[in-house]
Design a protein around this ligand. Structure first.
Ligand SMILES: [Zn+2]
Length: 446
């Protein structure tokens, strides 16, 4: 089945978009092509009308969220014309969905627990003791909450680092999202647990038709020994996986690194041969100019988490140095316990404002921070996504243009980054499939 998004606004122009096999096949389909498809396949109109009425009668909260004209049409399985499903999205605009490059999804369970402390107190006094008691069923519940929140806020991919990963992967597969699952390495694991992780890395095969990939995830330099860091780097390269790690998050981490290893975190990782193009380094708050050059030269991707860094009092991301270095910068929420949500649109606004607060309002304009949150994140994981163009994966959000934030209508990107909130999202698509809101999804599958 091919899907055509009819009358949707793209870059300020109304157009028709053809999606085929999970990819945007034609983002500028002429009306004449659409008319000829409709003219050749008139027989199904009756069914379509019946199903639309049915969808409007849905009583769930999700159905109520389908207030915009575009989203209302999405609640029907679409008008079916032969192999084409045509959905009229008049009144909506299409933008790339989010790629959240550093998350601990099931930490939604710890939201609001251990607030208003620094990272060290938060981890030792609250998080690690709590996590030690979590069961697989708990992780499933927390992951479910996280998946629902991400879909409602327009995220279709996240890079995760946690445990009981089967639970999270199963929910992601069912939801139709994408993820990179971290196979976590920590010194506190028993030798048996460590062996099992290594086995999983060696036998890893992507899942959910390639939507679920994996990373070797040594937690940080202060929780993973030199030997395990080097082993993780070697395994990740040998088996073609990402390496996901927390780096230079706090001043205390840098001070401990100087004391224990005689050098700073980035230089330490460089000396161990860990840094490379497959590395996703979360935070990088306390990184000097020379270290930024190392990260850029090695092709490391940085996952910037402004809300988490501010909430834990970790510090301001050095935007000036980071941007100047040319390193790939992406955006992320971190877990919901240090944020305290998984809303990437909020993350864009906080990043842009935190960049400017030092006195330069020209730093990190809306278009740039949107690219960090979308295209850059996709690229870091080898996904041709985060953009609405022919050949890219069809991961997108549809914004309801009658939402209060867009009424002045001067600049959609500016409105999305600075003014709106996720209530403006009429629908979320991943891999060409409608995956939010739930009522529309079930209607489309009927
Ligand atoms: Zn983290």
């Amino acid at each position: 089945m091919k899907t055509i998004l009819k009358n949707v606004a793209l870059n300020g122009n109304k157009t028709n978009i053809l999606i085929s096999n999970g990819l945007f096949e034609d983002c500028n389909l002429p009306d004449s092509a659409l008319e000829s498809i409709e003219a050749h396949n008139l027989q199904s109109t009756e069914t379509q009308n019946m199903q639309s009425t049915d969808a409007q009668n849905l009583q769930s909260p999700d159905a109520q969220a389908l207030a915009s004209p575009g989203a209302q049409t999405l609640a029907s399985p679409g008008a079916q014309y032969g192999e084409y499903r045509i959905v009229d999205l008049e009144g909506t605009a299409i933008l790339p969905s989010f790629y959240n490059t550093h998350n601990h999804a099931a930490m939604t369970l710890l939201r609001g627990y251990g607030d208003d402390t620094n990272l060290e107190t938060w981890l030792h006094k609250y998080i690690w003791p709590y996590e030690a008691k979590l069961t697989a069923a708990d992780i499933r519940k927390g992951s479910q909450w996280a998946v629902e929140e991400m879909l409602a806020t327009g995220t279709t991919f996240f890079n995760d680092m946690y445990f009981e990963i089967e639970q999270t992967m199963d929910l992601v597969e069912r939801a139709g999202m994408r993820m990179c699952v971290g196979i976590t390495i920590m010194d506190l694991h028993t030798p048996q647990q460590h062996r099992e992780k290594v086995e999983l890395i060696k036998s890893w095969k992507d899942r959910a038709e390639g939507r679920i990939t994996a990373a070797v995830a040594p937690h940080a330099i202060y929780t993973v020994s030199k030997e395990h860091l080097q082993e993780a780097a070697q395994l990740s390269r040998e088996y073609g996986l990402k390496l996901h790690i927390h780096v230079a998050e706090t001043k205390a981490e840098v001070a401990d690194s100087l004391k224990n290893f005689g050098t700073t975190p980035v230089r330490y990782l460089e000396s161990l041969g860990v840094l490379g193009e497959n590395v996703i380094a979360a935070h990088c708050v306390h990184v000097d100019e020379e270290e930024w050059d190392i990260l850029a030269r090695r092709g490391v991707t940085v996952a910037h988490c402004p809300c988490s860094n501010m909430k834990l009092g970790s510090g301001r991301f050095p935007y000036e140095l980071a941007i100047k270095s040319g390193a790939r910068i992406t955006l992320a929420t971190d877990g919901a316990s240090s944020n305290n949500n998984l809303d990437m649109r909020e993350e864009m606004k906080f990043a842009a404002l935190l960049a400017k607060v030092a006195g330069n309002p020209e730093l990190l304009p809306a278009e740039c921070v949107l690219k960090w949150a979308t295209r850059n994140g996709a690229e870091a994981f080898g996904i041709n996504g985060g953009t609405i163009e022919n050949g890219a994966v069809a991961d997108a959000i549809l914004l309801n243009l009658s939402h209060r934030s867009f009424l002045a209508g001067h600049n959609l990107i500016s409105d999305w980054v600075y003014a709106a909130d996720s209530s403006a999202i009429a629908a979320t698509l991943c891999n060409g499939q409608l995956i939010y809101p739930a009522a529309a999804v079930s209607a489309a599958r009927r």
